[in-house]
Design a protein around this ligand. Structure first.
Ligand code: AMP
Length: 277
């Protein structure tokens, strides 16, 4: 497995590839969710393709009071995970390589980014789109894998690819969960023992609410259930359509999304709301 810190070396290596190049952008602190992304990337790459994992804690997607400095950076562990999951290359640039002095150009999606997590984390998706666009230009992937755990992010990346014409196929990866249902996340490490015990109740609440009929009833039920979780503070709970607008009925595919603080840790999760027959 190659490890690149220099964009120029990554670019040269990439230009020698003849088959598919499948990119897996991450911020590191890799867990079995990321492992599933890399394995899916391998299947997409096929016998002649390669998988490139990027590990970069992207400063521009963190707000001023968020956890940029505290975000875990266990590089040796991450490289071992990438190797075991079958990555061909890891790109791990220093911040200055991605954001040279004087950096002043950003990529911003201005519709889907305005709602849900975009409301509580202003500038977050601008940071995400900017770094993903830059990684696409550097690595020139044919495919890129993104997790459904970050549902809004996935839809925004799809919009960016469509709008700017990036020649990249976006491959979604289903959410990977712990045995008790909690969505795997690097931020789960922030939870104390009590919070960790209560955290799976978020997913359970979504599942229980989704059994009801109308989107409004579902959201009310999920809200009531999550309010009962000790230490939980709801950021948002929403049933949305494919454009992230409030879901009006159950004739179309929807998604039930939640962002919930447990103590200081902000957890997100989502599940499908399939159309009713
Ligand atoms: P992150 O390192 O948290 O920025 O995530 C990198 C990629 O992994 C994103 O595409 C995430 O959506 C995806 N991801 C993170 N956690 C999970 C999970 N539990 N299941 C599926 N994908 C995930």
């Amino acid at each position: 497995m190659k490890v690149f810190e220099s964009a120029e070396l990554l670019r040269r290596w990439r230009n020698r590839q003849k088959g598919r190049v499948v990119l897996v952008p991450t911020m590191g602190a890799l867990h079995h969710g990321h492992e599933a992304l890399i394995q899916l990337a391998n299947r997409r790459a096929g016998p002649h393709g390669v998988v490139v994992v990027t590990i970069f804690v992207n400063p521009s997607q963190f707000g001023p009071n968020e956890d940029y400095d505290a975000y875990p950076r266990p590089l040796r562990h991450d490289l071992a995970v990438c190797r075991a999951a079958g990555a061909d290359a890891v790109f791990h640039p220093p911040p200055g390589a991605m954001y040279p002095d004087g950096f002043s150009t950003f990529v911003e999606e201005v519709s889907l980014s305005r709602t849900l997590c975009g409301k509580s984390r202003p500038g977050h998706f601008r940071g995400v789109c900017t770094i993903v666009a830059k990684l696409f230009l550097l690595a020139q992937p044919t495919h890129a894998v993104f997790g459904e755990k970050d549902w809004q992010q996935l839809q925004i990346i799809r919009a960016m690819v469509r709008d700017l014409g990036f020649p990249v196929s976006i491959v979604p990866c289903p959410t990977v969960r712990e045995a008790d249902g909690l969505a795997a996340s690097s931020r789960n490490a922030y939870l104390d023992t009590g919070e960790r015990r209560h955290a799976p109740a978020i997913h359970r609440a979504l599942l229980e609410a989704a059994r009801l009929g109308s989107p409004a009833t579902i959201v009310r039920k999920a809200t009531a259930l999550i309010r009962r979780i000790p230490g939980a503070r709801i950021d948002h709970i929403a049933a949305v359509d494919s454009l992230l607008k409030p879901l009006r009925n159950r004739q179309v595919e929807g998604r039930l999304l939640a962002a919930v603080f447990l103590g200081k840790t902000r957890l997100i999760d989502n599940i499908p709301l399939p159309p009713l027959p």
